[in-house]
Design a protein around this ligand. Structure first.
Ligand SMILES: [Mg+2]
Length: 404
């Protein structure tokens, strides 16, 4: 048996206005030559078809070429048919999937990203569009990168310079199957910072702002600043918790994200440095199984200004990610962490895919991916899920299950 990579193959490319039956016409015409189909790919862009077929027709390449050309002519399509050798097997090393999100996505951005890919010796094997609205997302499968981590670094620099969001995900099975998605709450799942809402509600903005200021200057770590800010709430009736809960606004796309992840059988968890009194009802409303946050101490219906138990801080968030992953029987490379703040950094780095969501620069720099559009459901595109798939599932749900 000859080496398959040295056998003659026929590459047929048809392009032109799409119409029903293009593949059928081509393969019906070739049927008498009994071709073996090595590959068949097709895209349709604004009504134009590009159909590519890689065939083996031992000893009858010239006849097959003539038939393919005549069929194209009859269909009003342009054809390029060439005889060569071998298959188009992509290289197995240096593989990754790159997602690029732009609003809009510009030619300059695509030029910068594809240049970074080429400079790392990688080849783009496939490109497809995952969404057009509200952001344009392209997904590129690449192979042959000499250093995927280096490529990730180069792409992050290009992305920052050109204002485009880019994610580099490992290719292969890690991208499929069930995952755990752990989300920060304040300024990630919701638009607000709950401690600020509580302070506002209590007329204690100045006290809390002063502590935030000190924390930003690096005078307090997260736990110290949490204790100091909670202390500013001492004496408030616990009814403020319910009132603030009602004022919390979900980030656009939050419901779509959670609903779609759950349809995929993924596990969703909330891990917050805020308060469980606010986080748990949000988790219940969205049907989220796991929620971790700090608990405010209440005595006789009044906040004492203290938190109970171990503080959920930067290290605590990463610990929660591992614990929930273990409880769900998922390895860390099957986890995704999403957050915006410095206290999300450990979990973002520990997760298989760490996503900085409209985050501070220090978080963006250390995450695998950065989303800077204000829609949480854009995360789905980084996981390879298309807008059409999301909307189709919503539509099917509206129509209800099919009758038995
Ligand atoms: Mg946050």
């Amino acid at each position: 048996m000859t080496d398959p990579t040295s056998r003659p193959t026929l590459l047929v490319t048809l392009t032109g206005d799409d119409r029903p039956g293009v593949s059928r016409a081509l393969f019906a015409a070739l049927a008498d030559l009994h071709p073996v189909v090595l590959d068949l790919e097709q895209t349709i862009t604004r009504g134009r078809i590009t159909l590519t077929a890689l065939l083996e027709v031992p000893g009858r390449e010239a006849a097959a070429k003539a038939i393919a050309q005549r069929t194209a002519y009859e269909l009003g399509l342009t054809s390029v048919v060439s005889v060569g050798t071998g298959d188009n097997v992509p290289r197995r090393t240096g593989r990754a999937t790159i997602s690029a999100l732009g609003r809009p996505l510009t030619g300059a951005q695509v030029a910068a990203l594809t240049a970074a890919i080429a400079e790392r010796g990688a080849n783009i094997d496939r490109i497809r569009r995952l969404s057009r609205y509200p952001v344009t997302t392209l997904e590129l499968d690449i192979s042959g990168a000499d250093d995927v981590d280096g490529l990730r670094h180069d792409l992050a620099l290009a992305a920052a310079a050109h204002g485009v969001d880019v994610a580099v995900s490992p290719a292969g099975l890690a991208r499929r199957g069930r995952r755990l998605v752990v989300m920060d709450v304040d300024s990630t799942l919701i638009r607000d910072e709950v401690i600020e809402l509580l302070a506002q509600h209590a007329g204690r903005e100045a006290e809390v702002a002063a502590v935030t200021e000190r924390a930003m200057r690096g005078e307090l770590d997260f736990a110290e600043s949490l204790h100091a800010r909670v202390a500013a709430l001492a004496g408030l009736p616990d009814t403020v918790l319910g009132e603030v809960r009602d004022r919390v606004q979900l980030t656009p796309g939050a419901r779509t994200l959670v609903r779609t992840l759950k349809r995929l059988g993924f596990t969703v968890a909330l891990v917050s440095g805020g308060f469980i009194e606010i986080v748990q009802p949000i988790a219940d409303d969205l049907g989220i199984a796991h929620a971790r946050a700090n608990r405010l101490e209440v005595r006789d219906g009044v906040l004492t200004g203290r938190v109970l138990g171990e503080v959920v801080d930067r290290a605590g968030k990463a610990r929660a990610l591992s614990e929930i992953a273990r409880a769900e029987g998922l390895p860390l490379h099957r986890t995704v962490a999403i957050g915006d703040g410095a206290n999300d950094l450990d979990m973002i780095q520990a997760a298989g895919l760490g996503i900085a969501f409209n985050a501070k620069p220090i978080v963006r720099e250390q995450a695998d991916a950065s989303v800077n559009v204000p829609y949480l459901d854009a995360v789905l595109y980084l996981l390879g899920i298309s807008r059409d798939e999301i909307e189709e599932a919503d539509l099917l749900d509206e129509e209800g299950p099919a009758p038995l």
